[in-house]
Design a protein around this ligand. Sequence first.
Ligand code: UDP
Ligand code: MG
Length: 144
Amino acid sequence: MESEQTLSIIKPDGVRRNLIGAILKRFEENGLILTAMKMTSLSKSQAEGFYAVHRERPFFASLTDYMSSGPIVVSVLDGYNAISKNRELMGATNPQDAAEGTIRKDFAESLEANTVHGSDAPETAREEIGFFFPGWELIGSKRS
Ligand code: UDP
Ligand code: MG
């Protein structure tokens, strides 16, 4: 079974409400391995770069204000089907639609402040990991 990597972000609302440990615990309990991690923050223009795919959307200005409003915790998660596994643990984008037991169902404040980000495909995972951890793939990622 080949493992894959995905990028996770605990968004400013999650860090602000002291949920880092609770969220990381869910990844670990579900077999995702943390292979890189840091607390950092995004400037407005960095948030605009990260979410460039959404630049034409009506929520872009508000989303990038919010994402640059405080510290975030960024991780690379490694595991079999890590991208979809993480999306499953996160739950639907709108917490009102998120399944029971998901991170967004349990913790999200709103559609915008929905506590976590996760890459949605192998190509975006590669790009997003490179955004926060340049050269990460060269360093060697495997912990196990
Ligand atoms: N978002 C928002 N309003 C919307 C849709 C999305 O504020 O109508 C925010 C929300 O924080 C979401 C992020 O924009 O997580 C990126 O949207 P996407 O559709 O990529 O959802 P995700 O992949 O995070 O589930
Ligand atoms: Mg997305």
